[in-house]
Design a protein around this ligand. Structure first.
Ligand code: ZN
Length: 113
């Protein structure tokens, strides 16, 4: 899949871990996601893999927990946000801001209790 930015750049979405792609979640869906995690942990199901797959399978564009894709054009820095009908709306930066806002340098580690 690809998206054409208003600047003319073609934004490709054809692999995983794309540095200019992100996922955006509303506050309502975020708290629903935390509640889903709590519900699964407290469920009587002992199969941990099934719990993890249940969690993963319920997060997505048309899932119980709804998230949207967001891209940042690497040429002009516009943010392109998807709506529920897979159409993209773009937002232009005020100035010459960073063009890698969706990428993180370095990595964090999992913190277990
Ligand atoms: Zn662009």
């Amino acid at each position: 899949m690809w998206i054409r930015c208003k600047c003319g750049n073609i934004i490709h979405d054809n692999t995983d871990s794309i540095p200019y792609k992100g996922h955006i979640i509303s506050d309502k869906e975020y708290f629903k996601m935390l509640e889903l995690a709590d519900e699964l942990i407290e469920s009587p199901i002992k199969n941990r893999e099934a719990l993890v797959m249940t969690f993963r399978n319920n997060i997505g564009a048309k899932s119980y927990i709804r998230i949207k894709s967001i891209f940042q054009c690497t040429c002009c820095g516009r943010l392109l946000l998807e709506d529920e009908n897979n159409q993209y709306f773009s937002f232009t930066p005020d100035g010459n801001e960073k063009k890698d806002l969706l990428d993180f340098s370095g990595s964090e580690t999992i913190h277990y209790m």
